[in-house]
Design a protein around this ligand. Structure first.
Ligand SMILES: C[S@@+](CC[C@H](N)C(=O)[O-])C[C@H]1O[C@@H](n2cnc3c(N)ncnc32)[C@H](O)[C@@H]1O
Length: 339
């Protein structure tokens, strides 16, 4: 019998992806990795910690070990280096906020992906209001969203600050800057740099906490405002848009990009930081699936390098430059200069 060249294993990996996702989220929800930090547990201790039966205790530990989240030594399970670095609350690059955001606010709405495909409408964060009106109106939603974005964006901010040379610039304006993660990471790497986080007032309450925790309240300020209804503050010579343009339609993005152009002096630069789609619109997976996530959450999508390049040129930016970046929330930045 001829051997088959293809195997359905990739299909099994895709369709069972939610098993892995839910195992991770179920361990993060009770803060398991924070509790295990530095000490580990055996099955008996996990039973007591989570007040559960031995059968699920053993299965949860095995599931986490199989996914590389725990390591077994003797009868005890310890955080793997990955969990110790990114899943222990209080560590500077804690990633648990993203896990909580995806699990609590996106997992069930993704079950309505077929509905979103049929109706071309978002499926979460309130049905009539826009996403950011719904988030701003509810402090708990604002906290889950902005903490989630923060743990995404400290990683992205660190990667972008390593890739882009801020040395020739004095003042960064982070438009829709959320928790201020990018400004914090840029300030950490470039001691001369000052920064302003521009966002809706409710997001900035959390930004001020994060900026103070990082010890940068003297160098990073906040400026409340709405980028659809008012001009951006002047004074910055580099403007950043991270995960902003994928929230909106091309028409609304024109408004945002024009405001960025108007806010800059000649010689200034704009940075667009996103999970960029390739120009053929076939991937990469991170961008294509984030784009479907934008269908679930917003009126936007993840655009291609070529689409962003064309818009930057149309609003007047020149010397457009593509720079690849590797991080969970960004795979590249596009830079445009104002002459
Ligand atoms: C997807 S988050 C990105 C946050 C941040 N740039 C980051 O990468 O972590 C979008 C941000 O845009 C802000 N935003 C939405 N509508 C806005 C508006 N009309 N004016 C100013 N900020 C807005 C939200 O509050 C939110 O912080």
């Amino acid at each position: 019998m001829a051997t088959r060249e293809l195997t359905p294993i990739p299909l099994m990996q895709i369709i069972s992806g939610f098993w892995a996702s839910k195992t991770l989220a179920t361990a993060v929800e009770p803060d398991l990795f924070t509790q295990l930090s530095g000490r580990g547990v055996d099955i008996h201790e996990l039973r007591q910690l989570l007040e559960i039966d031995p059968r699920p205790a053993e299965m949860l530990l095995s599931g986490c070990a199989s996914l590389g989240l725990l390591e077994k030594r003797g009868e005890r399970y310890y955080n793997s280096p990955l969990s110790e670095e990114f899943l222990v609350r209080g560590k500077p690059y804690y990633f648990g906020g993203v896990i909580t955001l995806l699990d609590r606010r996106l997992y069930l709405p993704w079950n309505r992906l077929p509905e979103a495909i049929k109706t071309n409408r978002a499926q979460t964060w309130g049905d009539q209001q826009g996403i950011f009106e719904a988030i701003s109106a509810n402090p708990e939603e604002q906290r889950i969203f902005t903490e989630g974005m923060h743990s995404f964006s400290v990683q992205s901010g660190e990667a972008v600050a390593a890739a882009f040379d801020f040395l020739p610039y004095a003042h960064l304006l982070d438009v829709g800057g959320g928790s201020g993660a990018y400004c914090i990471e840029a300030a950490r790497r470039y001691p001369h740099l000052r920064a302003t986080v521009f966002d809706l007032p409710t997001a900035l309450e959390i930004a001020r906490e994060k900026i103070a925790e990082a010890g940068f309240s003297d160098r990073i300020k906040t400026h409340p405002g709405d980028f659809f209804n008012e001009a951006l503050p002047k004074g910055a010579d580099v403007v950043l848009l991270s995960m902003i343009l994928h929230d909106w339609t091309p028409e609304k993005n024109w408004v945002i990009l024009t405001r960025c152009f108007d806010a800059l002096p000649s010689g200034g630069a704009v940075i667009v930081s996103e999970l960029m789609m390739n120009d053929e619109k076939t991937g990469p997976v991170s961008a294509a699936l984030m784009s479907l996530n934008m269908l679930i959450e917003t009126e936007g999508r993840n655009y291609t390098w070529a689409e962003y390049t064309q818009w930057l040129k149309e609003v007047g930016f020149r010397e457009i430059q593509r720079l690849p970046v590797e991080s969970p929330g960004v795979n590249g930045i596009l830079i445009g200069r104002k002459r």
